[in-house]
Design a binder for this molecule. Structure first.
Ligand code: SF4
Length: 268
């Protein structure tokens, strides 16, 4: 009897930030063509329409508080949404602002993270709160992704996420879900797991952003949501995907499964 499929998301479905590898990639693959303006607009519009009808109602999507967004983004890395929900609410109840977190003893911060794993995230967050609220800090998180990247534990993905989700800036972000969706739709020859292909996936991510920061907020949430729910590492649910008519992988899969037309027998 076939074994029932687990409903738990695979590790690959979890949010895994992808660093922009431009500076460390020595071997560059041949560049793939970037989507033209019309394709980019169509891609983003389809995603945003889909998101408005199908997105999950999650607490970090209801806030624009930069600190709260940052806490959610750090907690969600490599961790299932269902697990993060409790931790997020409890953590913010104990440490509602950056100042309260900065004043807290390290032991209390680590206790609040206990069970989530990847404890460097909590240590970095605590260090960040002290830096931002300390005598040299500005007291608040910066909006620009380049400034965010200077803070402890903030990589390219997290900087883009905080800039977009808290400040509604026009910032790109790429995690494993986003990389997979972009590769499948625009560049199936790129492998999101191959560091040398990631530069191009970041470039594609930047090239398909909508014009405004507000639309970018929805766009970024939507592409991540589609990667988590529809176009996952384990399964492609193309039958319910809003991108099927513009997706290169769908076209290729479909062409491959079409029966070949029978050749006519030569006339005798
Ligand atoms: S059509 Fe299929 S392969 Fe393409 S993005 Fe949608 S789910 Fe993924």
């Amino acid at each position: 009897m076939p074994r029932p499929r687990s409903s738990r998301p695979s590790k690959a479905a979890l949010r895994t930030p992808v660093e922009h590898p431009a500076k460390r990639s020595a071997r560059r693959p041949a560049p793939v063509a970037l989507p033209d303006d019309e394709s980019a607009r169509d891609f983003s519009a389809r995603l945003r329409r889909w998101f408005k009808r199908n997105s999950r109602d999650l607490p970090w999507r209801r806030t624009r508080d930069p600190y709260h967004v940052l806490v959610s983004e750090l907690m969600l890395q490599q961790t299932q949404v269902s697990r993060v929900l409790d931790y997020y609410a409890r953590f913010l109840q104990r440490f509602p602002t950056l100042e309260v977190l900065a004043d807290a003893p390290p032991k209390r911060v680590m206790e609040s993270w206990e069970g989530l794993g990847y404890y460097a995230r909590a240590r970095n967050l605590h260090a960040l709160s002290k830096q931002v609220t300390g005598p040299e800090g500005t007291g608040t998180l910066p909006a620009h992704h380049e400034e965010l990247r200077k803070l402890p534990g903030i990589g390219a993905y997290t900087a883009g996420a905080v800039s977009s989700f808290a400040f509604e800036r026009r910032a790109a972000l790429v995690d494993t879900n986003v990389a997979r969706v972009l590769a499948r739709v625009f560049a199936p020859t790129l492998n999101p797991k191959r560091p040398r292909d990631l530069t191009q996936l970041w470039t594609i991510a930047e090239s398909v952003l909508p014009r405004t920061g507000t639309a970018t907020w929805v766009h970024n949430q939507a592409v991540m949501e589609l990667g988590a729910l529809v176009c996952t590492a384990r399964v492609k649910r193309c039958d319910v995907c809003p991108l099927s008519t513009v997706c290169a992988t769908y076209a290729a899969d479909h062409a491959a499964s079409k029966p070949r037309a029978k050749r006519k027998a030569p006339a005798r």
